[in-house]
Design a protein around this ligand. Structure first.
Ligand code: GDP
Ligand code: MN
Length: 376
């Protein structure tokens, strides 16, 4: 989950990193009052969970309270890369001497973090990185050791950052650890004309798996934008909506992903990813079916279950009970294999629902579901 700039700013401030004085509002009139409080001149900044606000016109310098109100009115409601601006932050302007870039990011492949730093920060960092890759340094960070003063000094030195940034680098690492973040980025970290080091913009991405212990940003998960995904999340299902016509339900992420491939291989497009997880009880099956069936794009549904610890007859029982709860409106192709497959198939055959058919292989099931979807 990405935090807004003003939330990142708050975390930085709490950890002793210098940030400009600032306040957030969603009203142009209040923006005028805030500007007055902050001394008149302010930077008005769109609060959206995406970068590149400056280039999109979402960061404006206002000369006084009236100009701040005007800037807020222009920025609020603006679209920046598909994000609608719902709030602005007004910040005391800083006289910038130099702009730097610093971040810590999880390097999943290496199982470590990377400190990334450059003395060429600011809005042109991407261009600088592309034209002169040596201007951006990457230093692996051992998560057990963390960023000590010695590590931070090495990063600052390698990137050509002034020695006063060492303290900020250490504190920034502390923010990452304390908040269970996967990324913290400051761009630009600036040296002011008076020599102070100030974080002018911040980005923090929290680890969603740790959100249960972060009540402060709304107590857990953010609601997915897609209404079906939101409904599935409410039922505790692992569901991702895709743009095809074959609904896919399976047990285990790996099996579900290969089912998506097999459906695509049969010339159809999967409408979703839905992993029932282990167990696949009647409850989960009924919830899963109801979510998948309520997608109007779905023309057929493929249930692909490989019984391991879960036995297929329990899964078949789950499907039969789910059919009592959910009115099946589209053809359902079921492939059961593995533990107790024969008994599971017998349970479904005995139920003899007119819209349910069985297939014995994954390819066969996908072919049939694809045909049903394209014929519909
Ligand atoms: P981004 O475009 O989304 O990364 O938004 P930023 O918050 O980084 O702002 C874009 C640019 O505006 C920064 O790189 C700075 O160059 C500039 N900027 C923002 N705040 C100030 C400020 O207080 N003083 C000065 N001189 N420049 C600022
Ligand atoms: Mn920035």
């Amino acid at each position: 989950m990405d935090l807004y700039e003003h939330q990142a700013r708050e975390l930085f401030e709490e950890n002793g990193i210098v940030v400009p004085r600032a306040e957030v509002t969603d009203s142009p009139e209040r923006a005028r009052d805030i500007a007055r409080r902050l001394g008149g001149r302010v930077v008005v900044k769109a609060q959206v969970r995406t970068g590149g606000r400056g280039k999109a016109g979402g960061v404006r310098l206002a000369a006084g309270p009236a100009a701040a109100e005007d800037a807020a009115r222009r920025i609020l409601g603006m679209d920046i890369k598909g994000h609608t601006v719902g709030a602005v932050m007004l910040a005391e302007p800083v006289d910038v001497d130099r702009e730097f870039y610093v971040s810590y990011v999880l390097d999943r492949a290496a199982g470590r973090f990377l400190a990334i730093a450059s003395a060429q920060g600011g809005m042109e960092i991407e261009e600088a990185a592309a034209e002169r890759p040596e201007a951006v340094v990457r230093v692996p960070v051992d998560p057990a050791e963390g960023v000590t003063t010695a590590v931070a000094a090495r990063v600052a030195d390698a990137a050509g950052l002034p020695p006063q940034t060492v303290d900020v680098l250490v504190r920034l690492w502390e923010v990452l650890v304390r908040e269970d973040a996967l990324l913290v980025e400051v761009n630009p970290l600036v040296r002011t004309t008076r020599g102070a080091i100030v974080a002018l913009d911040g980005k923090v991405t929290l680890d969603d798996n740790a959100l249960f212990r972060r009540t402060r940003w709304g107590g857990g998960r953010t609601t997915p934008a897609d209404p079906l995904e939101a409904r599935a999340a409410g039922k505790g299902l692992t569901y991702v909506r895709l743009d095809g016509e074959v609904g896919v339900i399976g047990n285990g992420a790996g099996l579900v992903m290969s089912t998506l491939d097999v459906v695509a291989g049969q010339g159809a497009r999967p409408a979703n990813f839905l992993d029932l997880g282990g167990g696949a009880s009647a409850r989960v099956m009924a919830d899963g079916l109801s979510v998948v069936l309520s997608d109007p794009a779905v023309k057929s549904v493929l249930v692909n279950v490989f019984g391991g610890i879960t036995s297929c007859d329990a899964v078949a029982d789950g499907i039969v009970r789910a059919l009592e709860e959910v009115r099946l409106t589209k053809p359902l192709v079921v492939r059961l294999d593995g533990n107790n497959a024969a008994r599971g198939r017998a349970v479904l055959a005995a139920r003899a629902h007119p819209l349910v058919e069985q297939a014995t292989t994954m390819d066969g099931a996908a072919r049939r579901a694809a045909r049903l979807a394209t014929a519909a």
